[in-house]
Design a protein around this ligand. Structure first.
Ligand code: ATP
Ligand code: MG
Length: 249
């Protein structure tokens, strides 16, 4: 087991028919157990970067540089390993939920990995309890609120016990209360299950207290990385309305 869970070396990527790369020489390391918040202005390349880490989400284009997961090139992990070891939560829960019942959604990932029934039952029960969703276990997915759908989506990924959980603006379609609950759950996953987290989020005031490290991107490059504590208190983190972020480390 490698202490460095995810590593990119000089990762550069350009979308087809775009001369300007969307990622320029990104070199990044995530240690096991870290909670990293990735931030930067709209269009700086956050989503483009996160999608490189799962083959079935990676955009088409021209890529150079390396991506390692647990010490091996990520492309060498087969689909099954990628889907169980790397979880990915996107903005819209609607697009990610694939079944019609809560319990079935929780079981679906393990079913498709071919797990045996006792294992599926145990893991689903454990996660339903961890997420406090036993009371809506037998509901139809259509009966759930947006916040519940995104929590279900998260829980159905967590039953696969991923080592790395990537989340791309997971609260952008939730109301403030549901968003706060969702982020608190991510914090609990990191603390209690030890899952490594890589999150982009515009609710930085709520995300920073959870983070062990903040990575700032601009124009497809990583500008800086450091602990949120090193910013010496929230008064030194200036987030103007444009969403542009300035950090003093
Ligand atoms: N499918 C695509 N084809 C061509 N260019 C794209 C595509 N998706 C994104 N881009 C461009 O790549 C750059 C990075 O976009 P990306 O979506 O990664 O930014 P982001 O940091 O996630 O922004 P936001 O905060 O708005 O989500 C932008 O210039 C964007 O216009
Ligand atoms: Mg994005």
């Amino acid at each position: 087991m490698n202490d460095i869970l995810l590593k990119t070396e000089a990762l550069t990527f350009a979308y087809p028919e775009h001369e300007e790369p969307a990622l320029r020489g990104v070199s990044l390391e995530l240690k096991r157990g870290e909670f990293v918040v990735l931030c930067g202005p709209s269009g700086c390349g956050k989503t483009t970067l996160l999608r490189q880490f799962k083959s079935d989400l990676a955009p088409h284009g021209t890529r150079s540089g390396e991506i390692f997961f647990d010490g091996a090139p990520v492309a060498e992990l087969d689909r099954r390993e990628q889907s169980s070891r790397i979880g990915f939560v996107q903005q819209s829960p609607e697009n990610q939920i694939v079944t019609d019942k809560v319990w079935h959604e929780l079981a679906f990932g393990l079913e498709s990995l071919g797990c045996d029934t006792p294992t599926i039952r145990r893991r689903v029960a454990e996660m339903a309890s961890f997420f406090g969703i036993q009371t809506w276990f037998y509901k139809n997915v259509t009966e759930l609120s947006g916040g519940q759908k995104q929590l279900l989506n998260l829980a159905s990924i967590m039953v696969m016990q991923p080592e790395l959980l990537i989340l791309d603006e997971p609260t952008s379609q939730l109301d403030p209360i549901a968003a706060g609950e969702f982020l608190a759950t991510i914090g609990k996953i990191n603390r209690e299950l030890g899952t490594t987290i890589l999150l982009t989020e515009h609710r930085l005031e709520e995300a920073f207290p959870l983070a062990t490290r903040v990575v700032v991107m601009d124009g497809g490059e990583v500008l800086t990385a450091g602990t949120p504590q090193a910013a010496a208190g929230p008064q030194r983190i200036n987030i103007p309305r444009s969403g542009y972020l300035r950090l003093t480390f």
